[in-house]
Design a protein around this ligand. Structure first.
Ligand code: PLP
Length: 419
């Protein structure tokens, strides 16, 4: 990289070159994973016989919408599941996970989270810490138990053997670290959880919050979990899907979820696509590649900031289970400078200056950087940092490595110039 278009501190340019050399073998590993998943995706398109008439816009009830049915087949194929429910009607990742939970759980059932406290937005859905009536699972008589992660952030596999009982209905797993510093689960960890759970409770549903984990590894966890869900404005939408989510898993469970999304009886048979199918297909097709670009961006950023002396997690040479990179910058000033660098490298709203603000639901100020084509998209490059100990910034995404790398360099430059 040079300074033809952007002004990067010469010291950072040098560190950037060094980082590129160090990470070369790890970028090659990403290319290998990306190629595997990209060819798997192409094969899935061909097997499902995607054709131009799949892009036709249906209206009203959407009976017999071919694109909708074929897209479900494509997702089931790449995720190694029996069936899938891929819809633009899912308003967010949380909505998608909520439909899955309400779809398969019944009053009196117990769900156990074995990866500690679930992602913030899911807590209200489950009814954790609930004070007023909100229609949570708890209000519908679904019991929640939690097995915390071990001190080192690993799953408590031994503890699982005590916590899970033969009548446990659901074992809930969150793959991504979310906004914590714990390690992300890899496919192998999820497989082990599933084996332990099914050993004790053969009929239990192992349900995976797969957000940010799609196409990061060659192994899709679909062959060993019962149900999983994620957002289309993260990895599997490829930066092209304008909204939506997916649920994938065992056929009978996906069907139950479809009854919750629409109505008992109509399930997957209705729901018009309004012309969204083309973008959902195109996004899915690009998703393995775009996920690879996001991973390369994360690896480069990790290496660059490690060279600058900051603690990073994961490190550039760690095996990754999601696209998130955390950097411990140590003070507010650097968090602000980092986020401003990311913003300045965005295609949209590059001219705005992120400021820390009191975001509802947070106990400290938060600063965010995002300049995306799709509002809230986090497969596009974005960064968030709560202004509190340990003064870490979490960043994820980038539709391409070139501009993702620029963002890391501008952020690093901003921080370097402070001194
Ligand atoms: C993003 C995310 C969600 C929720 O998705 P939203 O689209 O923000 O509602 C749930 N779990 C994890 C781990 C996530 O990363």
């Amino acid at each position: 990289m040079n300074n033809v278009f952007y002004n990067i501190n010469p010291e950072i340019l040098k560190s950037g070159e060094k980082a590129m050399q160090i990470i070369k073998p790890y970028l090659d590993i990403i290319d290998d994973i990306t190629e595997h998943n990209q060819l798997k995706m192409l094969k899935a398109f061909q097997k499902a016989k995607v054709s131009e008439n799949c892009f036709a816009a249906s209206t009203g009830y959407g009976y017999g919408d071919k694109g909708r049915e074929v897209l479900d087949k494509v997702f089931a194929e790449v995720f190694d599941t029996e069936d899938a429910l891929v819809r633009h009607n899912f308003a967010s990742g949380t909505h998608t996970l909520t439909v899955a939970l309400f779809g398969v759980l019944r009053p009196g059932d117990t769900m156990i989270s074995v990866t500690g406290l679930p992602y913030d937005t899911l807590q209200g859905v489950i009814g954790i810490g609930e004070e007023k009536s909100s229609g949570s699972l708890k209000e519908f008589g679904i019991k929640y138990e939690q097995l915390d992660l071990l001190e080192n952030g690993e799953v408590d596999f031994e503890g699982m053997k005590k916590a899970i009982r033969p009548d446990t209905k659901m074992v809930y797993v969150q793959r991504s670290r979310g906004y914590s510093l714990r390690p992300t689960l890899k496919a192998d960890d999820i497989k082990k959880i599933s084996e332990i759970a099914h050993n004790i409770a053969p009929n239990c549903i192992v349900m995976l919050d797969n957000c940010y984990g799609e196409f990061v590894e060659k192994t899709a966890p679909g062959s060993f979990v019962d149900l999983m869900a994620g957002s289309l404005i993260k990895n599997p939408g490829g930066g092209i899907a304008p909204t939506g989510g997916y649920i994938a898993g065992r056929k009978e469970l996906v069907e139950m979820c479809s009854y919750r999304l629409t109505t008992p009886g109509t399930g997957k048979e209705i729901g018009c696509t309004l012309g969204n199918s083309r973008e959902l297909f195109m996004g899915a097709f690009n998703a393995p590649h775009v996920t690879g670009e996001a991973l390369k961006t994360a690896i480069f950023t990790s290496a660059l900031f490690e060279l600058m002396g900051y603690e990073v997690t994961p490190t550039y040479n760690e095996v990754r289970g999601d696209i998130i990179q955390a950097i411990l910058l140590g003070n507010e000033e650097r968090l602000v400078r980092f986020c401003r660098g990311v913003q300045a490298a965005s295609p949209i709203d590059s001219f705005v200056t992120p400021e820390p603000w009191d975001m509802p639901g947070y106990d400290s100020k938060v600063i965010m950087a995002a300049g995306a084509f799709t509002l809230g998209s986090s497969i596009e490059l974005s960064a968030d940092a709560p202004i509190r100990e340990p003064y870490a910034v979490w960043m994820q995404g980038s539709l391409n490595f070139h501009t993702g790398r620029l963002a890391a360099m501008l952020s690093a430059s901003n921080i370097f110039d402070e001194n």
